[in-house]
Design a protein around this ligand. Sequence first.
Ligand code: ADP
Ligand code: MG
Length: 627
Amino acid sequence: MTAQKGSIQVNTENIFPIIKKFLYSDHEIFLRELISNATDATTKLQHFSSIGEFNGEMGDLRILVKIDQKNKTLSIIDRGVGMTAEEIDKYINQIAFSGAEEFVKQYKKAGEAGMIGHFGLGFYSAFMVAKKVEIDTLSFREGAKPARWSCDGSTEFVIDKSKRKERGTEIILHIDDENQEFLEEGRISGLLQKYCRFLPVPIQFGTRTEWVDDPENKEEDGSPKKKSIQVDRIINDVAPLWKKSPSELKDEDYKEFYRTLYPMSETPLFWIHLNVDYPFNLTGILYFPQVKNELELQRNKIQLYSNQVFVTDDVKDVVPEFLMLLHGVIDSPDIPLNVSRSFLQSDAQVKKITSHITKKVADKLEEIFKNDRKEYEEKWSSVGLFVKYGAVSDEKFADKALKFALLKDAEGKFHTLEEYKAKVEANQKNKDNKVVFLYTTNAKTQAPFIETAKKRGYDVLEMDGPLDSHFIGFLEHKDSDLSIVRVDADAMDKLIDKGEKRESVLSDTQVEALKKTFTDQVTQKDWEIQTEALSPDDHFITVIKPEWERRMREMQGGAGMFGMLPDRVVVMINTNHPLAGKIAGLKEEAEKKEFVEQSFDLALLSQNMLDGAALERFIRRTESMMK
Ligand code: ADP
Ligand code: MG
């Protein structure tokens, strides 16, 4: 054959300078593209062999990656199907090129930020780092002639004869001056680790040193001396765990795989092996990590693969938001990878995948809850974060989560919503027939309120996580017969308002006078003074923080309209308390003032709101009263 020279058919403008310029930070993906082509060529050969279309010797099918420092080239060599000159012309000059052209067009439209993965650029991504690319190849077909293609980054190419004897393809990249880093062993090694760690065909990159027994040389004690030998360095695990059948695997296998993915992390709580082939193809393993506190939560720990090729660890839009807190691997050839994010969000296939993952996770949690409640409760402090986050953010998950979401009472016992409701129903129904749950966000600082509640025979829940205010809102939303209030949200008598009207011990004028005395004394002018005839057993003065406004503020996380305002504080005077009568009866103005100050400070103290100079004054006053 005589050398065929030609021009690649260009429909738009010359794309090579554009390929070179764009995706600058992602230049490295050229290696992933070329190695996945080599993998495809190899698995195709295996396929032809299995159906009897190829009867020759398979030989060693490993893919070689080689750096030649002297000639400044990087080669990727496979022993797959190879190509004839005609095939090069068809697949490289025509199909792949127009594909690359299309990709460039789309890319310019979408803008750099809009891309997930960069599949689609394929072979031509080599020109991001090379000034010249050569293909030396011999097809597996009987009688095929070897061929050599080269292109220097213009639209001109040459297809010529080759002397190649080996079946398969070698891609030779003449690395350009700006991309010399890709001739460094460490850089290539890192990239192979990142993208090719789980590819299905062995990939060899250089050699590594291994120490073995040397039978020729003995130590003094007769044991063999060690000698070093060079062995081929295979960088990948061709059969990663997620591709295996769950029935073959033991817990320890999953834990070990987790350690290889996240060497620094603690043992995961449990895991879900995903394995679907209809109506889409999806495999993977999702792990629930141990989390000690919310600050440790890290997104983007899940790795997305397409047929064992690493694509990205930015799985937003493929995995529901709340499940991004999980760790692990998802592998699906059905996730479109070369399209913009907005497309991904509306893609029906992706939606199906997302809801399938959600369902699997919910089923698994329910299974563990049912089969091993003790273990589930022990892990609740970590698991609860996912469940609560999922419940408040994902409609579908929420309905299932109600069955296995747990509430922890102040004694540390766990209950499902249904169980807890049944437990407190009899004693904690208000006049509107709603069951009222009481909760504390801090068992220590709210201890006086918790104690008062318990005296009444009420039960108190612990809701001290940052997601809990959202979760409380969610529970109320799901169950309209439920009302949830913090123990310090109102006077105890009204916290669960049973509609019993108490007789006032004081006369209306006495109540008015008392209220005025307090109003005059209170230095914080924005605090509200209220009077109420409560049980004589309740505290005299209670400083309360109304539920609704406080919750709004918490949900806004300190920002926004409510966040700017200070907490609304209500000072509740129990006019039926014996002290109310006592103050009303005091003649001496100074004495009255002292009493009011003292009872007011006590109320502040029980809410942890007394500090600085005010605290010092309180101590002095108490001392002098004790005299
Ligand atoms: P894609 O892999 O999506 O088909 P590429 O641009 O990566 O697109 O490759 C274009 C085509 O070139 C491939 O479909 C294949 O036919 C051919 N090709 C590329 N690399 C090889 C290789 N190492 N061995 C055999 N054929 C190859
Ligand atoms: Mg490809």
